[in-house]
Design a protein around this ligand. Structure first.
Ligand SMILES: *Cc1c(COP(=O)(O)O)cnc(C)c1O
Length: 388
């Protein structure tokens, strides 16, 4: 059986796949099993932040794998401690709780928010307001947190205690809040929901309103974090400091990691045995993340992300068939004049461009190290595909 046949026979069909088996890659270029070349502007889904097989990243991972590959969370781990220290120093947050994915990071944030409120106000103050069109993960609780009806199906009963408010509407938020609300959870740019960039004034009023009512602010930076939007975290551009921030996708540069950071006021909410995960804080994964942070925080790196983003936006906006471009850093949504975004993405892939969609938009999350030449090549393939 070939790769596709094995997949169809033995892997549960939870994804509609592109008809390609990727075999290897370097930077923003991937090759399939037949040796065909692709420019990748998806990075997995914003995961391979340094592209495929970055030399320094491979070295950091291999070195750690050859030193100690795992210890349980009953032991101290220097790679994990170093990563946590750096993230706290870089953000002004106080502590980190490790996990392995975005959904898990959000589960952790939800647990911390509810426990903070339980400890302070007793039971019953446990509701969390999230935004319509959000996406927070695929576990039963994070599906519940996701503000889209289409995700609330089949798997009943869902976790209780979530209310949904229209984004960018402060009155809608205030109406969704009650004396049972313990937190508001939001993405500053709704990624899966169509690259919707939230209004800065709205976000700042939301933060002020929550602060006045001791309602915690959970910012889901699973997709927007680690340089994707041109700052280390998107919340920094919104000039806010959330109580809880979740991070995953791009942090490990291709290895699975998720984590939840909390502010000083929450740093002692969780106590032994209130949360845990066998694989969390794995030293190889943390070594990968430490290396990604080295690169993303190096002088000039984020300036380049912003420059490349602006360059890409300019090229895309000039294309026939493109109605508008929504972008922050290298997180890009392309609204089309016409045509089905998914069909166009499939044809782009056939033509050698790995691209994804978000709702009815094309979406680009290129590796942060993509070159200008690779951007030109990507735009050329998209242009040819749109013209046909
Ligand atoms: C991808 C994503 C998640 C879920 O992350 P997983 O690693 O797939 O569990 C949660 N929130 C946002 C904003 C995401 O983009």
């Amino acid at each position: 059986m070939n790769t596709k046949e094995k997949d169809l026979k033995y892997i549960m069909h939870t994804y509609g796949r592109y008809d390609v088996a990727l075999k290897r890659g370097k930077g923003a270029v991937a090759y399939d099993e037949d040796g065909k070349k692709y420019i990748d502007v998806s990075s997995g889904i914003g995961v391979n932040s340094l592209g495929y097989c970055d030399e320094g990243w491979v070295e950091a991972v291999s070195k750690q794998a050859g030193t100690i590959q795992h210890m349980s969370n009953y032991f101290y781990c220097d790679q994990a401690g170093t990563l946590a220290e750096r993230l706290c120093t870089l953000t002004g947050l106080a502590k980190v709780c490790f996990g392995n994915s975005g959904a898990e990071a959000n589960e952790c944030a939800i647990k911390i928010a509810r426990k903070y409120s339980f400890d302070k106000y007793g039971s019953g103050r446990n509701e969390i307001v999230t935004l319509k069109n959000s996406f927070h993960g695929r576990t039963v609780t994070t599906l519940s947190a996701t503000g889209q009806d289409i995700f609330h199906n089949y798997f009943f009963p869902f976790t209780e205690g979530f209310k949904y408010a229209q984004a960018d509407d402060i009155d809608a938020l205030k109406s969704a809040v009650s004396d049972k609300t313990c937190a508001v959870m939001l993405e500053l740019i709704q990624g899966e929901g169509g690259v919707n960039i939230l209004n800065k004034d709205y976000v700042q009023s939301l933060v002020k309103y929550c602060r006045d009512n001791d309602i915690l602010i959970i910012v889901d930076e699973v997709q927007t974090g680690v340089g994707r939007t041109g700052s280390l975290f998107a919340f920094q551009q919104y000039e806010i400091l959330p109580d809880l921030v979740t991070v995953a996708k791009g942090l490990g540069g291709g290895l699975p990691i998720g984590l939840c950071m909390c502010s000083d006021k929450l740093k002692d909410v969780m106590s032994p045995s209130t949360h845990g995960t066998t694989f969390g804080a794995n030293p190889v994964v943390c070594a990968a993340a430490n290396y990604v942070l080295d690169r993303v925080t190096a002088d000039g790196f984020l300036d380049e992300v912003n420059k490349k983003g602006a360059y890409l936006e300019e090229k895309l906006s000039a294309l026939g068939g493109v109605k508008s471009v929504r972008r922050m850093g290298l997180m890009v949504g392309i609204e089309l004049e016409s045509g089905d975004a998914h069909d166009i993405a499939v044809r782009c892939v056939e033509n050698g461009l790995l691209i994804i969609t978000a709702k009815d938009l094309l979406r680009m999350l290129p590796p942060l190290v993509i070159t200008y030449e690779e951007i030109d090549e990507a735009v050329k393939i998209l242009k040819e595909t749109l013209n046909k």
